[in-house]
Design a binder for this molecule. Structure first.
Ligand SMILES: [Ca+2]
Ligand SMILES: [Ca+2]
Ligand SMILES: [Ca+2]
Length: 326
């Protein structure tokens, strides 16, 4: 069985040579038309459509823009992902430097001020504690609860409340934001095109925590410098063999896009083919120096929650997470 375009090309090349012909096939790494996976591929910088979603009133933040990039079939892709930041209700802040909300622990947070979203009017009231690198949109049984109040940086933490009966379904869109729109990178660690990482952790007052029982599917993977490094197995969209190194010359990077289903947040949505979430340590996500995480660690790893994402926490930049609370 042919496992890669590279093998296919080398076999074709050998055939051509045996026939006395010169092969005229470009390496698949440079040629979108040789890509055979299910993603739509774009190449290069997206056109900026929103220059910056978020102004940090107190302190500094990275520019959180939105872009559009067109694939070879003419389809327009929004990067880093379609989102509701400008229009939807923001989650209450546990910690948000730009708004000068910097409590040292949960004891200093007025949790009674957090609005309660009604999913079931006779349901139990549940409180959720959330930290996302970088941004989340939360739904319970398809009912919208809140979006993250900071799309990119600084790192913040959120608290939400909702009333629901078990069983119920948590669905979260998470975005690892990017500065170089469409390229999956940011100016960081001394490189102009550094691929930042994601990560999501949450606990809920009914004992629900993020972990390997959750599902995680990716919808946007970038930067990709060699399309041969992408593969798929069952429902998995894999990029483990793609480089995660930063570069000063990432302007021609490829990106892989998959359409998000319209009803991904609904209880009835069938995600049975989706992969199980991958777990990441606090060291891997790099939260040990972040007060927005450490000041509430009792509600994160201290509550038994793990950081989750898809299989590639660096390159997968739009991920949807789902979990049914039984
Ligand atoms: Ca955030
Ligand atoms: Ca990334
Ligand atoms: Ca990030």
């Amino acid at each position: 069985m042919l496992t890669s375009n590279k093998q296919y090309i080398s076999i074709l090349s050998a055939l051509f040579l045996a026939m006395g012909c010169t092969p005229e096939i470009e390496p698949a790494s440079n040629n979108i038309s040789n890509y055979q996976g299910t993603a739509s591929i774009t190449q290069g910088l997206a056109k900026s459509v929103v220059s910056n979603l978020f102004e940090c009133k107190s302190g500094r933040s990275r520019v959180a823009g939105i872009g559009e990039v067109v694939d070879s079939a003419g389809n327009v892709w929004t990067v880093p992902a379609k989102n509701l930041f400008t229009t939807a209700a923001k989650a209450s802040d546990l910690y948000e430097e730009c708004a000068n909300i910097t409590p040292t622990s949960l004891a200093d947070v007025d949790v009674t001020a957090v609005p309660v979203v009604t999913v079931d009017s006779d349901g139990d009231e549940i409180t959720g504690y959330i930290f996302a690198d970088n941004y989340f949109e939360l739904y319970i049984n398809g009912i919208f609860v809140a979006v993250d109040s900071v799309p990119f940086t600084p790192f913040n933490a959120s608290i939400v409340k909702f009333k629901v009966n078990k069983p119920y379904t948590i669905a979260v869109k998470v975005i690892d934001w990017e500065e170089n729109l469409g390229l999956g990178t940011e100016n960081n660690r001394g490189k102009a095109y550094h691929p930042g990482d994601g990560g999501f952790i949450a606990s809920f007052s009914d004992g629900t925590v993020t972990g390997s029982g959750w599902q995680a599917q990716t919808f946007y993977t970038a930067p990709i410098y060699d399309l041969n490094c992408l593969s798929e197995a069952g429902g998995q969209r894999l990029s483990a063999s793609c480089t995660v190194e930063g570069t000063d010359h990432g302007e021609n990077a490829f990106a892989a896009h998959w359409q998000t289903p319209n009803n991904w947040m609904n209880e009835q949505f069938d995600s049975t083919s989706w992969p199980q979430a991958s777990l990441y340590s606090e060291d891997e996500i790099g939260v040990n120096n972040k007060k927005s995480y450490m000041n509430f660690i009792d509600k994160f790893s201290g509550a038994g929650a793990s950081f989750i994402w898809s299989t590639n926490v660096v390159l997968d930049n739009e991920v949807i997470l789902r979990y049914q609370v039984k």
